[in-house]
Design a binder for this molecule. Structure first.
Ligand code: FNR
Length: 334
């Protein structure tokens, strides 16, 4: 019998065996020199504990709340694109795992199952992640569809005015999959690109993303939805203060898993600064490099309400489908 993986790194190995190189590289890779990619993980390992002892720890409760929703543990599933590249059930398997783990799944708008399919597959608490497109009508239709089928919040990703330079994807000529498709866009806009060079993913995204997105657009987003808005991609106290001022419901400290601007600081190193600037007015979450329970504990100790895991979900999904996602969620606690 195959040996059960006991941690996320072992799941990563299984994912590597399971996936075509192009997709494995797409999932694992970061931007340019991948300095921030390494640092996201290593910065956690530079934080050490100095435990006090002889405390009664016989009753431990990992549960928490995010925007009023109860979670079994402070570990949510970050939005990542194209889950059908990892497993034929795609985001539906991920959502079912989220429901089983009693956590929140943030569905990427570049998903390979539609917002409606994911919503009707199970009763997981779901947030919807949004990129703002040049075609604002496409973004607003996606938001309204998510709102109609019970997503509880919009997660606006603000670190992607264009796609980062991911050299593995360029070399592999990473293609937007025709099958599985980016199903949310069916009937809304074409996902075809005619670029023959480099990453087709990058070419597609550059064509559709709105690089003019700025703080004033939070007002636009608020005007098209009643859902609470979280901003994903804050790395400074300055932006944290602006986010509070424009009235968002939460902040996700994130550098997009080091896939966007390289040489940004690892997220754990700027968490405290953001938390202090926010002063408890709204919840602060964090993602990037979280691989074990000790990482989660460090983030909570520095003021995060919860963390999100990105790649670990994809590794679990590629290795073992829904059960793999559940196992990786469990391993992120241990
Ligand atoms: C992402 N991420 C991401 N973020 C987002 O807002 N929308 C998206 O569609 C995607 N897609 C995506 C694909 C892949 C393959 C990865 C690895 C990441 C970023 C993601 O939400 C999160 O910020 C990071 O993945 C967190 O870092 P770790 O946990 O992967 O180290």
């Amino acid at each position: 019998m195959a040996i059960e993986p006991v941690n996320i790194n072992e799941f990563q190995e299984l994912a590597k065996q399971a996936l075509p190189k192009m997709y494995y590289d797409y999932y694992t890779g970061g931007a340019e020199d991948q300095y921030t990619l390494k640092e996201n993980v290593e910065a956690f390992s530079r934080i050490l504990f100095q435990p006090t002892t002889l405390l009664d720890v016989s009753r431990i409760n990992l549960s928490t709340t995010v925007l009023g929703y109860n979670l079994s543990s402070p570990i949510m599933l970050a939005p990542t694109g194209c889950h059908k590249l990892a497993h034929p059930e795609g985001e539906i398997a991920t959502a079912r795992a989220a429901a089983a783990c009693k956590t929140i799944m943030v569905l990427s708008c570049v998903s390979t199952c539609t917002v409606e399919e994911v919503a009707s597959s199970c009763d997981a608490i779901r947030f919807f992640q949004l990129y703002v497109y040049r075609r604002r009508d496409v973004s607003s239709q996606l938001v309204q569809r998510a709102e109609r089928c019970g997503y509880k919040a919009i997660v606006l990703t603000v670190d992607t005015p264009r796609v980062g330079r991911r050299e593995a994807d360029i070399k592999n000529k990473m293609i937007m999959p025709e099958i599985p498709e980016l199903k949310n866009f069916e009937g809304l806009m074409s996902t075809e690109v005619d670029s023959e060079k480099g990453s087709k993913l990058e070419a597609f995204a550059s064509e559709i993303l709105d690089p003019s997105l700025s703080w004033k657009d939070i007002g636009w987003l608020k005007s098209i939805t009643n859902l609470p808005i979280l901003i994903k991609g804050v790395l400074t106290a300055e932006d944290a203060v602006k986010a509070v001022d424009v009235g968002v419901a939460g902040i996700i400290v994130s550098n997009h898993g080091a896939r966007q601007l390289d040489y940004t600081p690892p997220t754990i190193s700027v968490l405290e600064e953001v938390v202090q600037a926010v002063g408890g007015k709204i919840p602060v979450l964090l993602d990037g490099g979280v691989r074990r329970g000790t990482d989660v504990f460090k983030a909570l100790a520095l003021g995060a309400q919860a963390v999100l895991i990105g790649r670990p979900v994809l590794y679990g999904l590629a290795a073992m489908g829904e059960n793999g996602v559940k196992a990786c969620h469990r391993d992120a606690q241990g």
